[in-house]
Design a binder for this molecule. Structure first.
Ligand code: NI
Length: 227
């Protein structure tokens, strides 16, 4: 399941991030890649333990807290501190699957990466190439979104970033451990959530059908949640 979440950051927040990142200390992105991914990876990143990554990461985590769509799609238990990357001309990232388990810096714990998210910080017109291509059971999806929008997709998916042929593509990315480990079960809950949201627009909250559907949602979440 791929979910496009629009306007996670306002244009002002995107401009703020970009301005701060302009002055950032970009390093080779291979520092955070596993062995297979390192061979495929060619980009720049802001070091994950830098004050800048923490400051802008916190801004993004606050924005996620305001996003009902992200929370419905990911049902997050833990979210990794966001990281920032940049692809200039000739850079790209070949096909790979993201690592399954990550240490959470500073927290002394590890998390399972169930869901990957990319938040775009460059407008599509600012660069050519650079599509995030995600393979799932329905085929291959090329994603290039407006700045401030993000794509949420299963971390189990093979994906790549096409080489840049003009301009520069900046983004933030992070992983979530979901309360619902299984992608299929999570997709069902998401569909049910969207259905309930639609029905609540038509019927009052005390309508017995709304109560029944909402109860079913919570009881499925209770049955399946892994905390
Ligand atoms: Ni990846």
């Amino acid at each position: 399941m791929l979910v496009h979440v629009k306007n996670v950051l306002s244009p002002e927040e995107v401009a703020h991030c970009r301005q701060r990142l302009e002055a950032g200390d970009w390093v080779d992105g291979r520092v955070t890649a596993g062995q297979q991914a390192a061979r495929a990876k060619n980009n720049l990143q802001i070091p994950e333990d830098s004050a800048l990554a923490r400051e802008l990461g916190d801004l993004i985590l606050r924005a996620l807290g305001r996003s009902p769509l992200f929370n419905a799609a990911a049902l997050p238990l833990r979210v990794s501190p966001p990281l920032f990357n940049r692809y200039d001309i000739g850079m790209g990232f070949g096909a790979h699957v993201d690592g399954a388990v990550r240490a959470v810096p500073g927290a002394g714990i590890r998390m399972r990466a169930d869901i990957s998210t990319t938040l775009f910080l460059s407008e599509p017109g600012d660069y050519d190439g650079g599509e995030l291509v995600i393979e799932d059971t329905f085929g291959s999806h090329a994603v290039k979104l407006p700045a401030g929008d993000m794509i949420v997709y299963p971390a189990t998916s093979l994906h790549r970033v096409e080489p840049i042929t003009r301009g520069s593509r900046w983004s933030a990315f992070f992983w979530s451990q979901s309360m619902i480990k299984d992608d299929g079960a999570r997709a069902l809950l998401y569909d049910l959530d969207r259905g309930i949201t639609g029905v609540r627009g038509e019927l009052s909250d005390d309508n017995p059908a709304v109560i029944a559907l909402t109860s079913t949602y919570h009881n499925l979440l209770r049955r399946w949640a892994d905390l």
